[in-house]
Ligand binder design. Structure first.
Ligand SMILES: O=C(O)[C@H](O)[C@@H](O)[C@H](O)[C@H](O)COP(=O)(O)O
Length: 263
């Protein structure tokens, strides 16, 4: 891992700070390769990013036409379901971005939002294979390596240390021969999901965790202080990339102050 930065911020500062970083990473990626390949998790993350990204009071200097949106994990539900991470990102970010920038057309083209195949949500294994093929197609023009290299993967962390849909003591954490795998007994409902595998996450140029709330203080102690490798989030260490943790004060309460970076 090139570097790890752990930030502990007032909750009100989290969205803006994460999006300041996204603005920087986006500009660098677009300059280097012509696009910004970013994967979103579900949970609280999309709303947190939305507050800083599609804010009429603070327009971002971002060329959204060059963004490609992927999902770090996705539930095997219809796109219209309230449980769909695509639906969450669409309603919290994509639709608002369209409304904010429809005059300038500075929004993400629909064909650059790579979502689960809604015809396959009845079969998580087929859906995972299909998403894997979609990744191959999307990254074909860029990649000569074994894995797709995302410019940024945005992750949340569960109170049990899961991230994406990689859960403690479940076999998906050890899958290394494919880019996307599936689970049908997720401890966090809904039970059927597809997820990026750990090697893909660790091949990203940048991985950004966002964790807020007192419910995350104990797990943050296990991940950052105790380095508990049974927890999927502890195993996220980008091989050539940068790792960022954005914590609010509640989630960072038990974290050793010596590992906290200053923004
Ligand atoms: O689809 C999902 O459920 C998410 O991708 C999941 O991995 C989430 O990121 C964590 O459960 C944290 O969720 P919160 O940020 O809401 O606690």
């Amino acid at each position: 891992m090139r570097s790890r930065k752990v930030y502990s911020l007032e909750k009100s500062k989290i969205s803006e700070s994460v999006c300041d970083l996204l603005e920087k990473l986006s500009a660098a990626a677009i300059k280097k390769s012509g696009h910004f390949m970013v994967a979103f998790s579900g949970g609280s993350l999309p709303e947190i990013v939305a507050q800083g990204l599609v804010n009429p009071e603070k327009k971002r200097d971002i060329d959204f036409t060059k963004w490609w949106i992927f999902f770090s994990d996705e539930r095997c539900v219809p796109h219209s379901s309230p449980d769909s991470n695509y639906n969450l990102v669409k309603t919290s970010i994509l639709d608002k971005l369209y409304q904010l920038n429809k005059d300038t057309k500075n929004y993400i083209p629909k064909e650059q939002v790579i979502k689960i195949n809604s015809k396959l949500v009845h079969d998580a294994e087929l859906a995972a294979d299909d998403y894997n093929s979609q990744l191959v197609k999307a990254f074909a023009s860029r990649e000569t390596v074994r894995y797709p290299v995302f410019d940024c993967i945005l992750l949340g962390v569960g109170p049990d240390g899961h991230t994406c849909s990689l859960f403690p003591h479940m076999p998906q954490l050890n899958v290394t021969d494919i880019w996307v795998t599936y689970i049908n007994n997720s401890p966090k409902p809904p039970s059927s999901r597809i997820t990026l595998t750990l090697p893909v996450v660790n091949d990203a140029h940048n991985v950004v965790f966002v964790a807020t709330g007192a419910s995350k203080d104990t797990i943050m102690d296990s991940i950052l202080n105790k380095n508990d490798k049974t927890l999927p989030s502890t195993n996220v260490n980008p091989i050539r990339g940068e790792l960022f943790w954005f914590l609010d004060k509640d989630a960072a309460k038990l974290v050793n102050p010596n590992i906290i970076s200053q923004l």
